[in-house]
Design a protein around this ligand. Structure first.
Ligand code: HEC
Length: 182
């Protein structure tokens, strides 16, 4: 009797020990994974000099609470354009005019409410919900935050340019309030 229960105790213990070893192994693997992802992060190309450059041009914001972007700062916009051409144009077309992925310079954003902050978030975390898409990957692990910000500045600068040239309709014009003559 004593011998048997001792054996079952040993068995139980070895099951627990195996589970602990497996858990440690899994945690260790996922930690290694995080390190691997971190090392995939490309070096930021947006220079501190560009960030610090004084700016007096217009700011792009969808509302007072939105992230304000320096859409007329050349070094910022050019940095964003280079990243866009390298990583995004393949799906979103040249100058963001759309392709396999939706147009990003038409002033309309169906997946990310039309705010700079939401667009920046979409680019960082991707669209994982398969029911609404799922083809848009997450770029936050391979492109630095400041470089993603410069991509949004580039897209908005293109949007501003396209509206000004009449290439696309101004999506921000609110219907004028009707005035009735008395
Ligand atoms: C493999 C193709 C592919 C690549 C590469 C890609 N996208 Fe997308 N993107 C998509 C698709 C497709 C959608 C539409 C949603 C979906 O199906 O997931 C999308 C959606 C988006 C949206 C949401 C648009 C909206 O209307 O709200 C933004 C913003 C966006 N992409 C930005 C980018 C940026 C910036 C890059 C480059 C860093 C990029 N994408 C690279 C395919 C791609």
């Amino acid at each position: 009797m004593v011998g048997i229960s001792f054996l079952s105790l040993v068995r139980r213990f070895s099951v627990i020990a195996c589970a602990v070893v497996a858990m440690v192994f899994l945690v260790d693997m996922s930690i290694e994974n995080v390190y691997a992802q971190e090392s995939n992060l490309a070096e930021q190309t947006l220079t501190q000099e560009c960030v610090d450059q004084p700016y007096s041009g217009t700011m792009h914001q969808s509302s007072d609470a939105d992230l304000a972007l320096e859409v007329e700062k050349d070094c910022l916009v050019q940095n964003g354009r280079q990243w866009y051409d390298r990583r995004c144009s393949f799906c979103h077309g040249g100058q963001g005019t759309g392709g396999k992925g939706p147009c990003l310079t038409c002033g309309k954003f169906a997946y990310s409410a039309n705010s700079n902050m939401a667009i920046l978030t979409t680019i960082s975390i991707g669209i994982t919900n398969k029911s609404v898409g799922g083809a848009m990957g997450a770029f936050g692990t391979t492109i630095s935050g400041m470089d993603i910000l410069s991509i949004v500045a580039y897209l908005r600068s293109e949007e501003v340019r396209r509206i000004a040239s009449g290439e696309i309709k101004d999506p921000y014009i609110k219907q004028e309030i009707m005035v009735f003559p008395d």
